[in-house]
Write a protein that binds this ligand. Structure first.
Ligand SMILES: [Zn+2]
Length: 443
């Protein structure tokens, strides 16, 4: 029997996988029909492919439905302004605006109805409950509330669960930390970069060991770090508590999470999302565990701007085992491994910048920032790692540390990486998404 206290929705989270599949297919067909009827974008796409919703009769037919990409959102900016052909409801039904940051192209405008916003809260409530958030928690949100969707839904979901929310809005890092200490908050949410940055500020500016804050749990989002074992270990060690990951996207919703059992991957919320893996270089489905594939997501219940088979261009693989938490939802092993265009061949070897992060963060002394740069030198690709060295280490100690780092990198990546030491604190600090990987080869 499931332990009901463990789940936000015990029926859906422990549903037999075959019944989950039935539910997903029912919702998928409903969404397809509604979008074809009401969204000019989907009508145009499916007409061009010679597909109508009635053509999707079995699970195998789902693969016939054209993929949605970032390029499809280019029809925005026109009537009904600013959403254009992507809108699937009358404009007056839209109650909230957000947009993507545009790090991978033109920003996407994201409308939501009141019901969509309830849905966002429900997605996040599922995640937060699975990570152990309860009404007894006092939660601090060190997040600059603005046009980006990041953590907004976390705020509303926390209220829905019954946590006490402390909005840390426009405060600086130091002020946020002081308020957290003053109010004895029990939890907070931030990107892995900021979780480590806050620990650094607590130690260096306030002279307080982050463990003294008594934080019991941290929810991470926005970067893959919370599932990179060495980064996770470093955050948990710094704050003395569990750190769990969550992955979502503005266009898609909050579709996956790591539960408090920390299975080394992300559960998919299969009640609200359909997640498929497709081969890296074709649209062939990947069903075997351990084989990398592109993550393609359908948000089954979102109304204002539906997202059907969105090609996220993020890479992951299915886990072979289920989680000890008892959820029947599938797991993506090691979470998101990186983007298709970041997981690239360098000198014929498959290279992922996340591997570099894993190595750098496995050295306790290297707690500053780093950057990875791939570029052409003549006809050859070269990789440089710019890494901040510890401020109080002797020249000899630093040289020894960098030698060890070099051999660990060679061992893990099978590539020669040039290491360029940087003074501590000289590389950019990020509050939301870190931009540590730069591919300057041109394509
Ligand atoms: Zn689990």
């Amino acid at each position: 029997m499931p332990n009901h206290a463990e789940y936000w929705n015990s029926t859906l989270e422990t549903l037999d996988p075959s019944r989950t599949r039935d539910l997903q297919f029912l919702k998928f067909k409903r969404l397809l029909a509604r979008s074809y009827e009401n969204s000019r974008l989907y009508r145009r796409k499916y007409d061009a492919a010679g597909l109508t919703p009635a053509d999707v009769r079995t699970w195998d037919d789902v693969a016939k439905v054209p993929l949605l990409t970032k390029d499809d959102y280019r029809c925005q900016g026109k009537d009904p302004f600013p959403y254009g052909d992507t809108l699937c409801v009358p404009l007056e039904d839209v109650t909230v605006f957000h947009q993507t940051s545009g790090t991978t192209g033109t920003p996407v405008y994201q409308p939501d109805t009141w019901a969509d916003w309830e849905w966002w809260s429900e997605c996040w409530a599922t995640i937060m409950w699975a990570q152990g958030f309860r009404p007894s928690d006092r939660l601090f949100l060190p997040f600059g509330y603005n046009i980006f969707v990041a953590y907004w839904a976390g705020h509303y979901a926390a209220e829905k669960i019954g946590c006490e929310v402390v909005p840390g809005g426009v405060l600086g890092t130091r002020e946020r930390l002081m308020k957290m200490k003053e109010l004895a908050v029990t939890a907070f949410m931030a990107t892995p970069t900021y979780v480590l940055g806050m620990a650094e500020t607590a130690r260096k500016d306030l002279g307080i060991d982050p463990r003294e804050f008594g934080i019991q749990k941290i929810l991470c989002a926005g970067e893959p770090g919370a599932l990179v074992p060495s980064t996770k270990a470093r955050m948990q060690e710094a704050w003395g508590c569990k750190v769990c990951d969550h992955v979502g996207a503005t266009e898609v919703g909050a579709w996956s999470f790591e539960c408090s059992h920390q299975p080394g991957g992300l559960h998919i919320n299969e009640a609200l999302f359909l997640v498929e893996l497709l081969a890296l270089d074709s649209d062939t489905p990947v069903t075997e565990p351990g084989v990398p594939g592109r993550i393609v997501i359908t948000s089954l219940d979102r109304v204002a701007q539906p997202c059907i088979r969105f090609d996220t261009k993020d890479v992951s693989m299915w886990a072979a085992d289920r989680c000890s938490c008892g959820r029947t939802w599938k797991i993506l092993d090691k979470g998101v491994h990186g983007r298709v265009d970041h997981i690239t061949k360098v000198k014929g070897v498959l290279f992922s910048p996340v591997t570099v992060e894993e190595v750098v963060r496995s050295f306790a002394e290297l707690d500053g920032e780093f950057e990875v740069i791939v570029e052409k030198q003549g006809d050859l690709d070269s990789i440089r790692l710019r890494v901040e060295t510890p401020p109080d280490l002797s020249a000899e100690g630093t040289a020894g540390l960098l030698t060890k780092l070099g051999s660990a990198l060679r061992w893990k990546t099978q590539l020669n990486i040039t290491i360029e030491p940087q003074p501590y604190g000289s590389l950019p600090r990020y509050e939301v998404k870190a931009k540590r990987f730069h591919d300057r080869r041109g394509k």
